[in-house]
Structure formats: structure tokens, C-alpha cells
Design a protein around this ligand. Structure first.
Ligand SMILES: Cc1cc2nc3c(=O)[nH]c(=O)nc-3n(C[C@H](O)[C@H](O)[C@H](O)COP(=O)(O)O)c2cc1C
Ligand code: SF4
Length: 488
């Protein structure tokens, strides 16, 4: 049965028959900026189709009809990911090849897979999709599986509210992702790949579809790629509106036409993935680094960044900034530098806090803005690099409203497999809704909500539940006074 035709799981999806270009977004970036365009945000709340990230947080509150292109700039010492987008126009195959496109694939096909993996390992590249797992280690794991059938999946579901990194890479540098996926396939021994793009990105899907067809016609995909004895097929698949399908094991279930619930791990997708075959799942931005690493060497990439955060990172800034946009930055700078030097501060009032990497991570309060931007450094304060979507909120956002919004999103998107996430997120959302509406609350609610948050943190099967708990825990820690008032 073709993907999307599976009647038994259709209830899981809500955007299957929706024209995205006519929708309005209600994601966290739209929520914190609702006063910039109340009309647009109210339309989102009235929409039957609930949409949480249209990839346009730079002009939030956003609609699917917004055509504005954001500022895109390289603020790192060296542009790895955005260089082609900023300094060339590589949307056409000819122009991509004219600036060295597909030379990395050519070079890879002359290398032994083990040597390609050694190069990726020496680069120190970590996944940009959220978990920050070492990419070389993952490639080695898939490569090491004895199986005739393997898959490569490009995770282009970019569901984190506020993020638009992958969208712009896909729309403006599509051949780079095709080249990187093909390099990955050759290296791990895969014959088939899938780019899974969220339904909310119709323009990216159109661009990619054309690019894939062009790449086939030019011999970069299909049989005997670049006249070598290597075959690789790459297909595009559209989601139907589920944040959880970005989680790699839900994504596998979605592609297999099953209900897209999270799978218990182990086994990991690298061992038993799509249709039980070893599967490499990588994020779009992760892959966008690969051709550069092959061309310039792992050591050159490792030379950028610091400690365990190597290379550069793209961040996307929301509409409350004076200079919202997509920026490539160095690891090792401070969060404040991102917010003030690059983003120009907020245009409405002083920031009350910032959320990096979507709502499945802790909030950073102003007194911690000097924290270093790096994987371990942000984790140490209960926050995260995540995927790099930066949502600052100003003094007009109340803690009760923020918690209500995030848990409403959390409950709506929960896959329902674990009880604390399925029922607990709804219970928390309802508590803060009562606070906002000044309704009576139960006397023991402070203790009860605390217990649910602990259960989410320690018993969730995936980072949806534990990440929502991290968000709540950071609020309890850094906005304690305002949080406690939500129980009076
Ligand atoms: C609830 C949830 C949603 C996720 N959504 C995405 C997503 O939209 N895109 C993505 O690349 N990774 C997402 N991830 C992370 C993936 O599970 C996975 O770690 C990632 O695709 C691996 O690629 P990487 O190693 O290149 O980062 C999500 C994880 C969770 C728990
Ligand atoms: S934590 Fe939530 S989203 Fe994740 S597996 Fe459990 S129920 Fe599903």
C-alpha cells in the first residue's frame, strides 16, 4: 500500500488533505510574537488545520502564503553550510557543479568506505537534528552491519517551532543534500534513500523533486553513478502533519505505513531500521556538512569550533529580534553574542528568556546569556543546542501562558505510547489553562504537576516527554517566583 493511503493510521495525521499555502501557523515563535500581527495569529487559532511550524519564524506570526526571504549570513570565521547559499546561486545543477558540486562524491567513490568514515570521525561532526550524536560513529555502525539491504533516510521533518534552517538549505542548496545522501549511501552500503520532508514545506518539496529528477538525468543518481559500479535510488516522501514523525523511529513507522509511534531502543535504526534493515537517519544540516568535510578533510572541520562542539552551527532567529534571520555561527561564542551582536537584541522590550532548539529543551534566562554556545555547555544549564531554532520571548509573555502553550503543543503531538506523556501533558496544559482563565484549581495541584513532570523526565520513551519536562524544570528553576504564583 502506498504511503499516505493507509486508512488504519490516517487518524494520526491531520494535514493530509490540507493546502498548506492557505494555512496559518500557531507555533511557539508565532505565540511569543502574536502582538506583532494579532489578526494573523487569531486566524491560526481559528483554523481547523492545526499547524505548528511553517518554517517562517523570521516573520512570525506566519502564514503559508508568506513569500519573504529572510536575512541569510555567515557570522562564523568560515562558512561551511551557508557559503554556497550566501555567495552563489546553486539552485540549478549546472551552477552547483560550476562551483565544485559533486566533486566530493567523485572523490568518495575512489575511496574505501572505511576511509570515508575515518574522515567523518576525525571531523568531530555531531548530528544537527537535536540529539548531537557523533555522525562518524553512526555511519560506522550502519556500515558494520552484515546485510545486503540498507537504507539512508534524510530527516527533513524540521518540526521544531522557530526552526527554518533545513527549509532554506533544501530550497536553496538541494543538490548538496542529494550529493551528501549519495556519499552516505556509498559509505554505509545502502541502495535506497528517502528524503522525508514535512508537509508544511511545499516549496522545498517542489525544489527537491526537480533536483532529484535532474540528478538522475545527469547520472548522479540511479545505476552506475559517475560510471562506477555503484547504484543508488533516492525518493522524496511527504509527511502529513505530525511533529513526532521527526523522531527517527516514528519516522521509520511512518514510512512503513504503520501508526507512527516511537519504537523502543535498542535495537537502534542503525541495526534494525526501515523494514528491519540497517538504516542511517541523518538530519539535513548534518548532511550539508558532508561534501565540505570530504573536500577539505576531517581535520579542517575539526579545526573549527571547540571542545566537543566542532565545525559551525546554523541558528534561525525569530521575528522579535531586530535582525531575525538564518546565521551560521561558531561554537564557542556566547549565547549573548548570538542574541545581541548577531540578532541585534529584541525590538519590543528586554528579553525575558530564550529557548534554543525548540520546546523540548530548557529556557535560558537573561542572567545566563553569557553561557558558551556548545553541546555540553548548554546541557549543563538545562538547555540544549538542539536543532538551532532560537526563540526569544519578551516581558509580555507570562510564564503561565508559555507553559500552557508548550504543553498544549506537547499534548497535541504526543504519540500516546507512554502514559505520563499521553495523559500528563494534557493534565499540565489544563492546569495552566485554568490559571490563565482564573478558574479554581485543586489544592494539591503544585505537588501533582511536579510529580507529572518528574514522571515525564524519567519514564518517557523518547525526548518528546523528557524534553517537555526539561522545559518545565528550567521554568521552575529560573522563574521560580512566577511559577509558584501559578498555584495560588
Ligand atoms: C519528538 C522528536 C522530534 C524530532 N524531530 C526531528 C526533526 O524534525 N528533524 C530531525 O532531523 N531530527 C528530529 N529529531 C531527532 C531524530 O530523532 C534523530 O536524532 C535525528 O534525525 C538524527 O539525525 P542527526 O544525527 O543527523 O541529528 C526529533 C527527535 C524527537 C525526540
Ligand atoms: S514520550 Fe510521548 S511522544 Fe515519546 S514515545 Fe512516549 S508518548 Fe510517544
Amino acid at each position: 500500500m502506498a504511503y499516505g493511503e493507509q486508512r488504519s493510521v490516517n487518524s494520526f495525521y491531520h494535514l493530509k488533505d490540507i493546502d498548506i499555502k492557505k494555512t496559518y501557523c500557531r507555533c511557539l515563535a508565532c505565540f511569543v510574537a502574536k502582538k506583532l500581527n494579532p489578526n494573523c495569529y487569531n486566524k491560526a487559532l481559528q483554523e481547523k488545520a492545526i499547524v505548528y511550524n511553517l518554517g517562517r519564524a523570521y516573520c512570525a506570526p506566519e502564514s503559508g502564503a508568506d513569500k519573504e526571504r529572510p536575512a541569510i549570513a555567515i557570522k562564523s570565521k568560515f562558512g561551511v553550510v551557508l557559503d554556497r547559499i550566501v555567495n552563489s546561486n546553486v539552485k540549478a545543477l549546472k551552477s552547483y557543479c560550476a562551483i565544485g558540486g559533486f566533486t566530493a562524491l567523485n572523490k568518495t567513490l575512489l575511496m574505501k568506505p572505511r576511509n570515508v568514515i575515518a574522515e567523518i570521525e576525525s571531523s568531530g561532526l555531531r548530528g544537527r537534528g537535536g540529539a548531537g550524536f557523533f555522525t562518524g560513529k553512526k555511519w560506522l555502525s550502519v556500515f558494520s552491519q552484515a546485510s545486503e539491504k540498507k537504507f539512508v533516510i534524510v530527516n527533513a521533518d524540521e518540526g521544531d517551532p522557530g526552526a527554518y534552517i533545513d527549509r532554506l538549505i533544501l530550497e536553496e542548496d538541494p543538490f548538496c543534500i542529494i550529493e551528501a545522501a549519495t556519499i552516505a549511501a556509498y559509505t554505509v552500503g545502502a541502495q535506497m534513500g528517502i528524503i522525508y520532508v514535512r508537509k508544511e514545506y511545499p516549496e522545498a518539496q517542489e525544489v527537491l523533486q526537480r533536483a532529484i529528477e535532474e540528478a538522475y538525468a545527469a547520472g548522479f543518481l540511479g545505476k552506475n553513478i559517475l560510471s562506477k559500479s555503484f547504484d543508488f535510488d533516492l525518493n522524496l516522501l511527504s509527511g502529513h502533519g505530525s511533529y513526532l514523525c521527526g523522531e527517527e523511529t516514528s519516522l521509520l513507522n511512518a514510512i512503513e505505513a504503520r501508526r507512527p509511534e516511537v519504537r523502543a531502543r535498542p535495537p537502534y535504526p542503525s541495526e534494525h531500521g526501515l523494514f528491519d534493515a540497517p538504516t542511517l537517519v541523518n538530519n539535513v544540516e548534518t548532511l550539508a556538512n558532508i561534501p565540505w568535510i570530504i573536500n577539505n578533510g576531517g581535520q579542517a572541520f575539526y579545526a573549527l569550533g571547540f571542545a566537543k562542539s566542532r565545525g559551525t552551527k546554523c541558528v534561525s532567529l525569530n521575528s522579535l529580534f531586530n535582525r531575525p534571520g538564518l546565521y551560521e555561527v561558531d561554537f564557542g561564542i556566547s549565547v549573548r553574542q548570538i542574541l545581541e551582536d548577531i540578532g541585534g537584541g529584541l525590538r519590543t522590550s528586554e528579553p525575558k528568556g530564550v529557548i534554543i532548539g525548540g520546546p523540548l529543551a530548557g529556557v535560558i534566562p537573561p542572567n545566563l546569556f553569557d553561557t558558551t554556545f556548545g553541546f555540553e555547555e548548554l546541557t549543563a544549564i538545562g538547555a540544549s543546542v538542539g536543532h538551532g531554532g532560537v526563540i526569544a520571548f519578551d516581558q509580555s509573555s507570562s510564564i503561565a501562558e508559555l507553559l500552557h502553550h508548550v504543553f498544549l503543543f506537547g499534548a497535541f503531538e504526543s504519540c500516546g505510547k507512554c502514559t505520563p506523556c499521553r495523559l500528563g501533558t494534557r493534565e499540565i496544559e489544563e492546569h495552566f489553562r485554568k490559571i490563565i482563565n482564573k478558574e479554581a484549581i485543586a489544592k494539591d495541584s503544585y505537588k501533582k504537576i511536579g510529580c507529572i513532570i518528574d514522571a515525564l523526565k524519567y519514564t518517557s520513551l523518547c525526548a518528546h516527554g523528557s524534553g517537555l519536562a526539561d522545559f518545565a524544570l528550567s521554568i521552575m528553576r529560573y522563574y521560580a517566583e512566577e511559577y509558584k504564583k501559578c498555584f495560588e
